[in-house]
Design a protein around this ligand. Structure first.
Ligand code: GAP
Length: 445
């Protein structure tokens, strides 16, 4: 089904329908940065709500957190990001002077069967500089003086805020390991590689959960979370055939991780990371304990055992989930000799669940349609649209993934029934207005 989805078509649909578009466009845009419009925001909100549902509502061993983006600068010393969160950067010494990730150029050379030791600029063929380690954290300053004493960083992951608040959370929440702390928020990375639309951006939202466990249980919980997270994506309606788990090789593990597996999705750009699920051991709590001098050990009141919990971390990207949903849902078919573009989104993530469309702008259709709409929107995300030919209005809703459309016509005015059209099958059922909301809620579930 998704064979027809290319990145160009997804980008174009997102722009046309106002889901996602380049930021700062009137100034020519800014690299790897996008804005989300109305339907993009609704889609994102639905994904986040599903994540919170799986983390909080359906469990009783995880609590929520919203920590600051700018933390004490020593956080990043302790976490290893100041020293180790770097990419190897090379610059073209020839004509174009562009910068590239050396590791990416090497991988591409190996794939083409070329010598990775003899890299040249992929744009102009020029010679390349020696690689230089380039830190991905954005630096800024607190207060009026821009000196080293005032330097702070925009967080490159939400996880560290969770580690800093681990002790406070443990105390007030009356939890004991195994338990987790979940957070959703923006992270920032000074990415220099072209981003493939929203796949790699300078600022992005993460949905991260740190699960603190007794050391002996780490392996078992790692497996638990690998399974849970795969199921979560499948539950959003993503094709299981396009999801896979890929364990990291020893050479690609992050500085904090003893084992990581990525959940990958088969994007139009190939299999790529959707979420990383790492066993961080006690690396972070140990580092923060040493750097802050604050004891972070857990003391089991019953056994009197003391230990630093180990951490299993499912770390998902909201933008990458949205992109996977869009790629997976994108389809084209033919209706009455005309080509139709349709987003076959699962109703639970679709930005709009139902569109209410009066057939005509007269004969009482708009008044009754408005009544139906007012009733429906109290219970679900609905849209009223009276503008233009009915076929065009259906096409518009198909393109933003609205699973149901309700049409009010002559018969509706007479007998208080409507047609309920399904986006995917195009089946149309006649249904009483009194039963409509309940029927829709049932179908959305
Ligand atoms: N706390 C662990 C951590 O941050 P990561 O693999 O670097 O791990 C987790 O990031 C997820 O965040 C990735 O799987 C991806 O979905 C998302 N992500 C990371 N960098 C991103 C970027 N530049 N643009 C969009 N999403 C990104």
């Amino acid at each position: 089904m998704t064979d027809v989805a290319t990145m160009e078509k997804i980008v174009s649909l997102c722009k046309r329908r106002g889901l996602i578009f380049p930021a700062s466009e009137i100034y020519g845009g800014i690299a790897n940065t996008y804005d989300y419009g109305h339907y993009g925001v609704l889609l994102k909100n639905n994904v986040v709500a599903q994540w919170w549902k799986a983390m909080i509502q359906e469990r009783d061993d995880i609590v929520a957190l919203d920590s600051a983006i700018v933390q004490h600068p020593r956080t990043w010393e302790a976490s290893g990001h100041l020293a180790g969160f770097t990419d190897p950067l090379v610059q073209c010494l020839g004509k174009c002077k562009q910068r590239f990730r050396e590791d990416h150029l090497r991988e591409a050379a190996i794939e083409r069967g070329e010598d990775p030791e003899a890299l040249r600029c992929p744009v102009c063929g020029g010679e390349l500089s020696e690689p230089r380690q380039f830190n991905l954290m954005f630096e800024t300053h607190v207060g009026p003086a821009a000196d080293s004493a005032s330097t702070v960083y925009l967080r490159p992951e939400t996880a560290q805020g969770i580690f800093l608040d681990y002790k406070t959370t443990l105390q007030y929440s009356r939890k004991r390991p195994p338990f987790g702390i979940a957070q959703v928020g923006k992270s920032f990375r000074n990415e220099i590689t072209p981003g493939n639309f929203i796949f790699r951006t300078l600022e992005f939202e993460q949905m991260e959960m740190e699960f603190f466990v007794p050391p002996a249980e780490a392996q078992q919980w790692h497996e638990h979370w690998l399974e849970q997270r795969m199921e979560w994506y499948a539950g959003l309606g993503i094709d299981r055939e396009k999801l896979r788990l890929r364990p990291h090789g020893a050479d690609e593990l992050s500085h904090y991780s003893s084992a990581t597996s990525d959940i990958e999705y088969l994007y139009p750009i190939g299999w790529s990371e959707l979420e990383g699920i790492a066993n961080r051991g006690d690396f972070d709590l140990r580092q923060h304990q040493e750097h802050s001098g604050e004891k972070l050990e857990y003391v089991d009141q019953q056994t009197k055992e003391r230990y630093l919990p180990h951490v299993i971390e499912p770390a998902a990207g909201l933008g990458r989930t949205v992109l996977a949903l869009l790629c997976d849902a994108y389809d084209e078919d033919e209706q009455g000799g005309e080509q139709r573009t349709v987003l076959r989104l699962h109703p639970k993530v679709a930005p709009i669940k139902v569109a209410v469309l009066p057939l005509l702008r007269k004969d009482g259709h708009p008044e009754l349609a408005r009544e139906v709409y007012e009733e429906l929107r109290r219970r679900m995300s609905a849209e009223y649209d009276s503008g233009g030919h009915i076929g065009k209005r259906y096409r518009r809703q198909d393109e933003i993934g609205t699973p149901f459309a309700v049409t009010i016509d002559h018969q509706s005015v007479e007998d208080h029934t409507v047609t309920l059209r399904q986006r995917d099958s195009l089946q149309q059922d006649r249904i009483a207005i009194a039963d409509l909301a309940g029927e829709l809620e049932e179908r959305i579930r």
